[in-house]
Design a protein around this ligand. Structure first.
Ligand code: PNS
Length: 163
C-alpha cells in the first residue's frame, strides 16, 4: 500500500490545495493531509478548525484523511510509515524553497518529495491572498469551497471586530 502525505498550514484550504489532493488521491492508495503546527506562525483558524474544514471538503475522497502534527515533517512520515511527500509547485518562485526543503527531508530521513504542477487556474492562489481579499470584502468564492466562504467571513469579522 502506498501512502503519501500532503503537508501544509491550510489556513484555510483552497481550491489549489484541493486540486493537488484530488489528483494525488487518484495516484496513491492513501493520501494523508497533515496540518503542520508552527508555533512561530499566527493562524486565523485553530488546528482543530482547519482539520474540521479539510475533513468536510475532502469527504468525497474515500482514500483521503486528515491529521495534524507538531514537529518535523520527516518524523511524522517515519511514525506513520510514509515515504513520499507530495507538494504542489505554483511557479518558479516556489521552487528554490521547495527544493531546499525536499533535499533536507531526503537527507534527514530518506523521505522523497514528489512535485506536482499546480493547475494553471490556481497558479496564483494562496491562503494568504484569499485572506487578504476576504479581509477587504472581496469575493473569494472562486478560491475556496463554498462552506468555507462564510466561515472565513465570520472569522475575519470577529478578529476585526470594532476596527
Ligand atoms: O502551507 P505551508 O505553510 O507553505 O506549509 C509549509 C510546511 C508546513 C509544509 C513546512 O513548513 C513544513 O514541512 N514544516 C514542518 C517542519 C519541517 O519539517 N521543516 C523542514 C525541515 S527544517
Amino acid at each position: 500500500m502506498k501512502r503519501v502525505v500532503c503537508p501544509g498550514s491550510f489556513d484555510p484550504i483552497t481550491f489549489g490545495h484541493l486540486d493537488i489532493i484530488a489528483r494525488a488521491s487518484g495516484m496513491f492508495d492513501e493520501v494523508v493531509i497533515a496540518v503542520l503546527v508552527n508555533n512561530t506562525k499566527t493562524t486565523l483558524f485553530t488546528v482543530e478548525e482547519r482539520i474540521s474544514m479539510i475533513a468536510e471538503v475532502t469527504a468525497k475522497f474515500p482514500n483521503v484523511r486528515v491529521d495534524s502534527w507538531s514537529g518535523l515533517l520527516v518524523d511524522y512520515c517515519e511514525r506513520n510509515k510514509i515515504s513520499i511527500i507530495i507538494k504542489g509547485l505554483r511557479a518558479v518562485t516556489d521552487f528554490d524553497y521547495e527544493l531546499q526543503m525536499s533535499q533536507i527531508n531526503l537527507q534527514l530521513k530518506g523521505v522523497e518529495t514528489l512535485f506536482m504542477s499546480t493547475a494553471p487556474a490556481h497558479s496564483f492562489l494562496s491562503s494568504s491572498l484569499v485572506k487578504e481579499i476576504a479581509n477587504y470584502g472581496g469575493d473569494v468564492s472562486n478560491y475556496i469551497p463554498e462552506p468555507l466562504v462564510e466561515r472565513l467571513r465570520a472569522r475575519l469579522a470577529l478578529v476585526n471586530g470594532g476596527k
